[in-house]
Design a protein around this ligand. Sequence first.
Ligand code: ZN
Length: 694
Amino acid sequence: MSKKILLPLVLLLTGIASFGQLYKKPVYPQGYFRWVTNLKPDIVANMGELRPNHWHMGLDVRTNQVVNQNVYAAADGYISFVGIEPLSWGRWIIITHPNGTSTLYGHLNDFRDDLEKYVTDHQYETESWQTALTIPPGRFPVKKGDFISFSGTTGGSGGPHVHWEVIDTRSSRRLNPTLFGTPIIDNIPPTALKLAMYDRNNSVYDQTPVQYKLAKSGGAYTVTGGIINTSLNKLSFSIQAYDTRNGTGNQDGIYSARLFVDGIEKSSFYIDSIDYADSRYMNCQVDYKMVSTGGSWMQHISKLPGDLSGVYYDLGPNNLVSLNDTLVHNVRIDVADADGNLSTINFNIRNNGVAAPPVKAYEWQAGRPNRLVKSSFEANMPLNAIYDKMNTGYSSTPSASLNSVSARHKLGETYIPVHSNFEVKIKPDKYISPENRNKIVIKRVGKNTTVRKAVWSGEWLTAQFRDFGVFEAFIDNAPPSVNALGSGDVVNLNKAARITFTPTDNYGIADFRAELNGKWLRFTNDKGRSWIYNFSDGRIPAGQHELTVIVTDIAGNVTRRSWQLVRGINPPAATTSGANNLVEEEPVRVIKKTEVAPKKETARPGAKTSNSKKTDTKNGTKSSSKVSSKTTAKTSGKSSAKKTSGSAKSSTAKKESTAKNGTTKKAVTSPKTAEKKAGTKSGTTKANATKKKK
Ligand SMILES: [Zn+2]
């Protein structure tokens, strides 16, 4: 298609839902994008799958469980952005197309040679491995089908695949790629498993909804007996449903659900176009309490009061089911996939005349700022931070924990989601010496743990959090620990393939920097835990060098260590055995691109050396015994010249922990949570399969 024909189509890109507006399915140019690999087109995830803290925002393109497959530009355009960061999409590319869309390719290994060099130069210029690089239009133009990168499993990926998104360039909203037409055939309608019913006079977080198993009867799904008798007079429903496609057991997210009462549409949602800034509203669409307490991932069809995601359409004066009489009413829920296949849930409902549960009062309301003020604790929730009314559930207990300087303050419940950052203020209840005043962190413990550096505000300590839990302030004056480079006065790295540092800290690492002879040296931090230098980077010439590592924790404590090393020459005679436990020998195995690499176990040796050569920390740091693992997962941006030789290229992905307590480095353009998707999926619902990930 020519650009001229495509330009007007941009105007059809979807708008934002508003009250009373009928949904119009967007019409996109079919066939504009080609499949991004030359492998058999298949996906392991679609847009709208429910992931921890976000919807999945694109397609996960299958790469047959191997990395380093060729990835191609989906259409003409130019490479406009390169991002590199821990977890998230790892290493990714955005291509901007002339028709008003852009496409994103994530979890990549090496980019094409000229781009790889461009990015590496930028990293050395900025002295940062993490990259958010906007590239001008003329620099890397591409034609549809041009090779752009090798695929991988970098970042928060659970297995080799390409994460692919379609973006409305102007608004940066993510568009449902399936609506552009894909080579994947799907004429199987979604499967509905379960229905849950909520008393909407009260908070959805303050009840346990009645659940109904759905079974197919006469072409439609229904509840047992076909009728629900209830005392509720203002209620809503959520459903558990998934979509699947021909020739796969894969369970993907549904596209839409529409609620009709007596034939009149009341509310609906469409996973159609979503802004990344709104992706956290997934927590508002699902029954978060049910998920958090080990139950199914159910999607609300009538949105909660605090929802501003834009995926819902309210089609009347209210989006709920009101039962103001004891007559029988019909409820129909249409569930569709993005290819237009439809399943229907159909049942009757009747108010049984019994008094409805009492309407309760709540401390906090959705849709307004909320505040809690206690004698030694405060919480300030901005507008739109919560999704439904709730009680704060506040309590305080004294703490005798080591280095604690406050009580333990409980706020909210871990099964109630929070949308945006809010301020926590704690008044310390113990003496803090002047030298410790700028070494204080506030720790939140809930389903996971978050640590933030505290900022003083008068007599109060403050920090921003995004989840409820138990909050407590601690003095942290213990610097991080760093494993030794190796043994001997001069560490012999002649046989090393890479150097790995895995610093540890009691509250969390905030920054890592390595220098070779005083100049920044690029270490990668793809999985957010270890920092790795690959000798194939070629930045350590033959000779003896000084390597320095500077690690900073969240509180600001710094550990600095230096070693002498040799590479490409014999070590000085005085040096003892150069063998050390930190480095591993270069693998020599040659694997063809198309071959499935054998699974290599990740070795995590226990006790290791700790011959600290020069230690320069405040507290005389002990060196930790964290040692480089034997994983073959590729995390470096090494030159692609090497790539074509195929040496040790295909690596099998390892599950990596995504826990990243307290670290704060994230680019705004990427999802905050890990991408989850391996080549295969278990038979349980998708959401269940993914819920442990974060
Ligand atoms: Zn993905």
